[in-house]
Design a protein around this ligand. Structure first.
Ligand code: ADP
Length: 764
């Protein structure tokens, strides 16, 4: 139900129900009090009428008594009865006439003797009439009766009679009958004062059948007197009750006409008269009807007025609510442009205000939501596309993966994939072959725990630094231990695989078993070493013998012979240099180069070598600048190492610098005090940029170098690289073509302790 209708209904119920109930009680009360009023009135009238009738009767009694007590008349009657004479009769008639004159209401007077014969009368016409059978006589001879009525048979008019015995000294002389004018009693019954249009007073008495006989005409039946009766059986008719001596109130009675009446009865015992004062109910209820009509009119007015007022109020209530409802429907439909204009300053106005605020809120929230939805929709679409794409490609990927696995399983290198902690996630078939561990055994375990063969701590630190901190590929060689305990050499490359956020997902390690290669290398090196050794003796012999021949120990040589011998001598020396270099390299590779470590003073070692080389410097008129660091500690190494460094670097500087050039030798401590730095510089031919990267390769020589010095081997720098790597140092250089070159070697002071000769420095 709509709020407006609800308010209407509630208010109508609250307002109208009590009003109706109140009206009902009001009407009911009015009805009762009206009825009471009418009954009171009827009772009052009844009592008055009864009193009037009673006084009438006593009046008549008085009239009768006055008459019957006339002594002279009675004396005359006795006399007449004894002896009737016309004089007596005359006197009696005259007495009657005089009585009539004295009492205005008397119409006629009859005196009958005890036999019922009229002996005197006024008018005299009745004299001689025998009335012995008449009720008037028969009753009157016995006792006074003032309640007799008769209808004049000729005129139909009702006459009233008083009758009583005439007694003188205890002797009954006869009876007197007075016909009096009934106007008094008719006045009583015909007096409707205070009884409205339908009210009346009925006077009745029981007839011989016990029925109620009306003595007087009624208001609605003028001929009712002495004719109309009401059966004694009609107990709801008030007259029946009245003649039965009851003095009662009848609220729901029916009168002689059969009309509903309210009645009050009275009874006069002396005459047996019943008096009914009554009024038609219809008339009695007229005021009530008026009240009811008024009430209904007022009620209708109240209903309409309150209905209108309520309609107005509920409209003023429900109007804004209706607007709100319509608005919410529009908002629910998505229209957020709607606003309510607050029409009042009450709670509804506040509600409207709050509503507007709420819509603003919704609008704002929705714009956020819209934006989010837009962004998320775009996201979802993009992801859907991605998914479609990936769904398309995933099948291909699966195929590719299978292919990749097949390939990875069949390569000749060991491939192992681990998680960031080194736990094996994948291993190919070669892994089983190389390490002796099956794939099933390896997966889920740390690779290091399976096949790690202890290497120097620094090696692993360096490895983890490269792959974990720098997130770069680590390359190196190491030794591992097979499942059966055999140690093997491996060339390893470990690469971190990173996700989009640059986090390590796993490591891919590719290893190659180089044990055999190493053995072959070692065998080659040993062969070179051995053959160099073997070669050096005969070449040395050639050298010495050539020297002797040139010295003229075998006699004088001609010029040509000397020239040839010099050629032989130079070649043999070059060969010896080459063989020495080979020997040094192979020793380093085999690990016998630094076989005799001692505490070495680097500056002193440098000066020793410079002393040897000095003749060469002088020969080329070059300037040597020496700059030895004062605080350089002694280092623990084989003196050969330090000699080889100065020997190679200084002789190169001399060789590749023109006459009169500058040579610099410098030793110092690194800033952190951890390394000894050896620097050898010159202002010679320099190294072309495009060849700098090859400088430490075996047998590499620049073209210019080859032109200037044909005796070079291209093994000196290679050897130094091997040596410095071996001791954990570095060798680097700066060079500019035709301007000069500077070589720098760092030697770690701490690290220069005898190491595991087989350990190989990584080349990451
Ligand atoms: P060698 O000196 O016997 O040729 P090295 O291994 O000592 O062999 O040197 C390799 C090459 O490096 C030389 O041939 C030369 O080209 C270049 N080189 C070395 N030192 C110098 C230098 N101080 N100035 C210019 N070039 C140099």
């Amino acid at each position: 139900m709509k709020i407006r209708n609800k308010i209407l209904v509630y208010f109508l119920v609250v307002l109208l129900v009590p009003t109706f109930v109140l009206s009902f009680f009001l009407v009911r009360n009015s009805q009762i009090s009206l009825e009471n009023q009418i009954i009171d009135k009827l009772q009052a009238v009844a009592q008055i009428q009864k009193n009037r009738l009673q006084s009438l009767l006593s009046e008549k009694e008085d009239i009768l008594t006055l008459f019957t007590s006339r002594i002279f008349l009675k004396g005359d009657i006795r006399k007449y009865n004894e002896k009737p004479t016309p004089e007596l009769q005359e006197r009696m008639n005259a007495s009657l006439a005089e009585a009539k004159v004295n009492t205005a209401s008397i119409d006629a007077i009859i005196v009958a003797n005890t036999k019922g014969v009229v002996i005197a009368s006024f008018p005299a016409s009745f004299i001689g009439t025998d009335i012995s059978g008449d009720e008037l006589f028969t009753k009157g001879i016995k006792k006074n009766d003032v309640s007799l009525f008769k209808k004049d048979t000729t005129t139909g008019i009702m006459d009233e009679y008083l009758t009583g015995p005439l007694v003188l000294n205890g002797e009954i002389l006869g009876a007197v009958i007075l016909e009096i004018n009934p106007s008094n009693i008719l006045n009583v019954s015909g007096d409707y004062t205070g009884l409205g249009k339908t009210g009346e007073t009925l006077i009745a008495k029981k007839d011989d059948n016990g029925d109620a006989l009306f003595l007087t005409p009624t208001r609605f039946d003028k001929k009712a007197a002495l004719l109309r009766t009401v059966s004694k059986d009609q107990t709801n008719v008030p007259s029946v009750h009245a003649v039965n001596g009851e003095e009662i109130i009848l609220s729901n009675a029916v009168d002689y006409r059969g009309v509903s009446v309210i009645a009050v009865t009275r009874f006069i015992p002396s005459t047996g008269w019943g008096i009914v004062v009554k009024m038609d109910k219809d008339e009695a209820s007229v005021p009530l009807k008026n009240i009811m009509l008024m009430t209904i009119v007022v009620l209708i007015f109240v209903v309409f007025l309150s209905g209108f007022v309520l309609w107005f109020f509920s409209n003023s209530f429900s109007g804004p609510i209706k607007k709100l409802t319509a608005l919410t429907k529009k908002i629910a439909g998505g229209d957020l442009s709607q606003r309510i204009v607050p029409s009042s300053h009450d709670e509804i106005g506040e509600l409207a205000q709050s509503f507007n605020t709420m819509i603003e809120g919704i609008k704002e929230a929705r714009s956020h939501v819209d934006e989010k939805v837009r962004v998320q929709t775009a996201d979802i679409l993009a992801k859907e596309q991605e998914l479609e794409q990936s769904a398309k490609t995933s099948a291909d990927l699966a195929k590719d993966l299978a292919k990749f696995k097949l390939a990875a399983d069949n390569v000749s290198d060991q491939i192992v994939i681990t998680d960031p902690e080194g736990v094996v996630l994948y291993g190919n078939k070669m892994m089983e072959k190389i390490t002796g561990y099956s794939v099933e055994e390896a997966i889920g375990k740390k690779a290091g725990a399976l096949w790690k063969h202890p290497m120097p701590k620094e090696y692993y630190e360096e490895m983890w630094r490269v792959i974990k901190t720098e997130k770069k590929t680590f390359r190196g060689q190491l030794q591992n231990r097979r499942k059966n305990g055999v140690v093997y050499e491996a060339d390893v490359s470990i690469s971190p695989v990173l996700d989009a956020d640059n986090n390590i997902i796993f490591y891919v390690s590719i290893e190659r078993d180089i044990t055999k290669e190493k053995e072959v290398d070692r065998a080659k090196t040993e062969f070179v070493s051995l053959s160099s050794h073997q070669l050096r003796t005969p070449i040395s012999a050639i050298n010495w013998n050539t020297e002797m021949l040139l010295n003229g120990d075998a006699g004088e040589m001609n010029e040509k012979q000397v020239r040839f011998l010099k050629e032989i001598y130079s070649s043999s020396r070059r060969m010896i240099a080459l063989i020495n270099a080979f020997l040094d390299v192979s020793r380093v590779e085999i690990g016998t180069f630094s076989g005799d470590p001692k505490l070495v003073n680097v500056n002193e070692a440098a000066q020793d070598i410079l002393r040897e080389i000095h003749p060469m410097i002088e020969k080329k008129k070059q300037h040597l600048t020496e700059n030895y660091g004062a605080n350089i500690p002694t280092i623990f190494t084989d003196i050969k190492t330090i000699h080889a460094i100065f020997q190679n670097l200084v002789s190169n500087a001399v060789k590749y610098t023109k006459e009169g050039g500058d040579i610099g030798v410098k030793t110092s401590l690194s800033a952190d005090g951890k390394d000894v730095i050896i620097e050898v510089s010159d202002n010679g031919i320099g190294i072309p940029n495009d060849q700098k990267h090859q400088i430490f390769e075996k047998f590499f020589r620049t073209e210019v170098a080859r032109e200037i010095d044909t005796d070079g081997t291209g093994l000196g720098l290679y050897l130094l690289k091997l040596i410095t790597d071996k001791v954990g140092g570095t060798i680097t250089f700066n060079s500019e073509l035709n301007k000069g070159t500077a070589f720098f070697i760092t030697l770690p002071i701490e690290g220069l302790t005898p190491k595991d000769e087989k350990s190989l420095k990584p080349t990451a």
